[in-house]
Design a binder for this molecule. Structure first.
Ligand code: F6P
Length: 360
């Protein structure tokens, strides 16, 4: 069974569906297979800054009810970089030493961090500075962590977005409208591309492929000439205006909030061809709700594999999904390989062959 360990687990960055399934798997595997203790740290690294550090003891009985729930019952944050922590007076302060001290105060032997590339980079820096034995689990609806084919949360987000496309089809057709669905994804167009193809969209716009408004309008008119008087557009939030400007809801030094490209397209299409347009911004609905079976499965496999890494004392690694298997890779690789949609890859080619307009 090896030596007894106390391990911590935290979720960091934006929440997504499947996080609780991963926590549950870690607890089951650590407690039942190895007899270790597991502590859930509240509110990402901020729980380690608190005094006393905010952590709760986790047992299989406690975590079992969470398998099918969305969000993270531990809480999370996508703000408050500990190396430049925003203080009340507007200044920033390096509070990394407080987190490292919090880890020591809890008497932890290892820490599992569930996060996207940004969170994993911060956790790794903390681990290197403080000698924390870190193992990572990738999560993000954006699916932009390049070393893994999928990260926790992506499948659920795509399912939700696909359902939205399905629903919009009927109302678009009923009213002869151009319906625009704006989806999340940060700087990557994965959600838009997957949901757009799966839902049978007519136009998919992603940040990786340039577009012209003229091209979009021509495609809508071509459809009209074919007797199809409606059009469904899926647009990723990071798509820029034709002039190349980013469309944001709010600028934030740590975490700029994208949003509004759907409205921009709506106005321009209406101005250029007089089409009746409506916009749906799917927003955080993509992150919330019950995790899909696939997210639960990946999360469970990742949780079990992360515990195995700790048992082997193989730290500074992240678990990934590759060719139907969990494969562990150095965290350094995970944070340096950012994945975007290949403009000439399988999915883009598939979309084009299906007559979906991609902008160019
Ligand atoms: O990274 C995940 C994500 O959902 C992005 O797709 C989106 O741009 C962002 O987080 C939204 O962040 P917030 O929850 O701060 O609005």
């Amino acid at each position: 069974m090896g030596e007894h360990k106390r391990i911590g687990i935290l979720t960091s960055g934006g929440d997504c569906a499947g996080l609780n399934a991963a926590i549950r798997a870690v607890v089951h595997s650590a407690v039942n297979t190895y007899g270790w203790e597991v502590f859930g740290i509240r509110q990402a690294t901020q729980g380690l800054m608190e005094r006393p550090p905010q952590a709760i003891s986790l047992t299989p009985d406690k975590v079992d009810p969470y398998l099918t729930t969305g969000g993270t019952f531990l809480g999370t944050t996508n703000k408050g970089n500990p190396f430049a922590f925003p203080m009340a007076d507007g200044s920033v302060c390096d509070r990394s030493h407080e987190i490292i001290e919090g880890y020591r105060m809890l008497g932890l032997d290892a820490l599992i961090g569930i996060g996207g590339d940004g969170s994993l980079a911060i956790l790794r820096r903390l681990a290197q500075q403080g000698g924390i034995n870190l193992v990572g689990i990738p999560k993000t609806i954006d699916n932009d962590v390049g070393v893994t084919e999928c990260s926790i949360g992506f499948d659920t987000a795509v399912s939700v977005a696909t359902e939205a496309v399905d629903r919009l089809q009927f109302t678009a057709a009923s009213h002869n409208r151009v319906m625009i669905l704006e989806v999340m994804g940060r700087d990557a167009g994965h959600i838009a591309m997957w949901a757009g193809i799966a839902g049978g969209a007519d136009i998919i716009l992603i940040p990786e492929i340039p577009y012209t408004l003229e091209g979009i309008c021509q495609h809508i008119k071509k459809r009209q000439q074919q007797g199809k008087n409606y059009c469904l557009i899926v647009v990723a939030e990071a798509v820029r205006t034709e002039a190349g400007d980013r469309v944001v809801v709010a600028e934030h030094p740590e975490n700029c909030r994208l949003g509004g490209i759907g409205q921009y397209l709506s106005q321009e299409i209406c101005r250029m061809i007089g089409a009746e347009t409506r916009v749906t911004v799917l927003g955080h609905i993509q992150r919330g709700g019950m995790p899909s079976h696939s997210d639960r499965l990946i999360a469970t496999a990742f949780g079990v594999a992360a515990v195995e890494l700790i048992a082997k004392e193989k730290y500074d690694h992240v678990v990934t999904w590759q060719k139907r298997h969990v494969v562990c890779v150095p965290i350094e690789e995970a944070i340096n390989q950012y994945s975007t949609v290949n403009p000439n890859g399988t999915l883009a080619t598939t979309a084009r062959r299906m007559g979906i307009f991609l902008g160019s």
